[in-house]
Design a protein around this ligand. Structure first.
Ligand code: ADP
Length: 503
């Protein structure tokens, strides 16, 4: 039994795919419709049988009336034909009773059908006795005939009365069949409707729910709370969609890392030329100190030697620091926030860019010496490099770039740039990089943070600088905004959250 129930459960459980579930629903609805149609057809057949029975009952009743009619005529006129018609109808009634024995018994009680049969028999006997007592056409009816006539009429009435009972029973049966058919039809229609609603809801839950869960997962991914879609069910289509999306997310992540790396390489190019420039000075100082020590014997006094050695030492340390910072910058690192004095960081960025800043370009700094930011040193350096480089490239040879920084206090702040809207409520440090370049046209302004968007010549710009800067600032919980007037210059604002203690 358990095996049968288990195999039925397997059969009744919808298959694990959306297509399967929908086909399953179609089959279930088709089966249900078929069942209701068979039921209605079967009920109609029963009703049809009852209507045929009605015809036979009506025939029985008509036959009883005919028997009475010819009986009356027989008594009135004493015609032989009336007697024969009467006899014919009696035989017909017996036939009808014999042929429909089962149906008539089901309608009226068996006893009543038997009574009718008995009445017919008695009727027959009485008529036979009547005929034996002489032909009714005789002018002088015998005493016996006078006694028999009312008895025959009474039995005839009984026959009609019995038929009326059968007719009444048959009418009652048809009426009750019709009303039960109506009730059954009503309940089966209501039942089917309820079943369809319940089934439809269950199906839509099974189909729609996984899609809704996918939607929630996608929203969670979009808001950064999750990195992959969770599997909401075992339907084949859902499983393949979720797997495909997760695969796509993984590939996007790999590509993003790749992008970051290529941007880093491009920044490295900038940095290497700055570093080469920087290294040149200490190395040439070391070189000239060594030359002096080697060539001028007069300098070989202890004090002079000492001074030259001190210079060699100092320049070596400088060169080592430059190389170290380059190594620092190029290596892959964990995100690590620390408290950093901002001014030296900006100066270092400018050193890295030295080779790219034309001598005529003025860069003014306005950064309080005690301003501390909480940031990942290397990432913030990358932001500064990208923004300063863009500003320098925008102003050309004789332009001016101003880099200022200030504390931002939400309590005393006035409305500022819409791009900073999300960073209005907490204390922060604002870094502004302003240039008097040509500005950014309004139609491209919304696209400048897009990856690979560039207006620079091939080989000069990759269109990743602002995209990376945006991502890094976002990773710090900060905001980046731009104000630009065509012909009036551009200002980038980086707002980094900062605790009051850090400031
Ligand atoms: P790239 O510098 O490689 O072009 P970025 O993402 O750094 O890529 O910059 C995207 C675009 O934004 C630049 O091509 C330029 O059109 C515009 N842009 C960025 N900074 C400035 C600026 N200070 N002045 C004018 N346009 C700028």
């Amino acid at each position: 039994m358990k095996k049968i129930i288990d195999s039925m459960a397997i059969f009744l459980r919808p298959p694990p795919s959306l297509r399967g579930k929908i086909s399953y629903a179609y089959v279930a609805v088709a089966l249900l419709t078929l069942a209701v149609s068979i039921f209605a057809y079967w009920e109609l057949r029963l009703l049809e049988d009852k209507l045929q029975l009605r015809e036979r009952v009506a025939e029985l009743f008509d036959t009883s009336l005919e028997i009475r009619r010819f009986e009356r005529n027989f008594f009135l006129h004493g015609e032989n034909t009336d007697y024969r018609e009467n006899a014919t109808y009696r035989a017909k009634m017996l036939d009808l009773l014999a042929q429909n024995q089962k149906d008539f018994t089901a309608l009226a009680a068996e006893r009543q059908v038997e009574t009718l049969r008995g009445s017919l028999k008695e009727y027959q006997q009485l008529i036979d006795e009547y005929l034996a007592a002489g032909w009714p056409g005789d002018n002088r009816p015998t005493e016996q005939r006078k006694q028999l006539e009312p008895r025959i009429r009474a039995v005839g009435q009984d026959i009609v009365a019995s038929c009326v009972t059968v007719v009444a029973a048959e009418r009652k049966l048809v009426r009750s069949s019709l009303s039960s058919f109506r009730v059954l039809l009503f309940f089966s229609v209501v039942g089917v409707a309820l079943f369809m609603v319940a089934f439809g809801q269950a199906l839509s839950r099974r189909v729609v729910q996984p899609l809704r869960q996918i939607e929630e997962s996608v929203n969670a991914i979009a808001s950064g709370k999750r990195t992959a879609l969770t599997m909401p069910g075992e339907d084949r289509e859902i499983v393949s969609i979720v797997n495909a999306c997760n695969q796509m997310l993984k590939e996007l992540e790999v590509r993003q890392k790749h992008l970051l790396r290529s941007e880093k390489l491009s920044s490295m190019g900038t940095m290497v030329s700055g570093v080469a420039h920087e290294l040149n000075n200490p190395l040439s100082n070391i070189w000239s100190s060594c030359q002096l020590l080697l060539e001028d014997k007069a300098l070989a006094t202890t004090e002079a030697q000492h001074e030259l050695l001190r210079q060699i030492d100092e320049q070596s340390v400088r060169a080592r620091n430059i190389v170290r910072s380059m190594l620092d910058f190029t290596s892959e690192r964990e995100f690590h926030k620390e408290k950093l004095p901002l001014e030296p960081l900006v100066r270092q960025a400018m050193k890295f860019l030295k080779g790219e800043i034309p001598a005529e370009t003025a860069i003014n700094l306005g950064i309080p010496a005690d301003l501390i930011v909480e940031a990942d040193r290397h990432r913030l350096m990358q932001v500064l490099l990208n923004l300063i480089k863009n500003a320098v490239e925008a102003v050309g040879t004789e332009g001016k770039v101003v880099i200022i920084a200030s504390r931002y206090d939400p309590d005393s702040a006035s409305a500022d740039d819409p791009g900073l809207a999300e960073c209005r409520s907490k204390p922060a440090i604002d870094i502004r990089i302003r240039d008097n370049g040509p500005g950014i046209p309004a139609e491209i302004l919304p696209r400048i943070f897009d990856p690979f968007f560039t207006t620079k010549d091939v080989g000069k710009g990759m269109g990743l600088g602002l995209f990376i800067a945006y991502k890094i600032v976002e990773d710090h919980g900060g905001c980046i905004a731009v104000n630009s007037d065509v012909g009036g210059g551009t200002t980038f604002v980086v707002r980094l959250p900062s605790s009051r203690s850090a400031q």
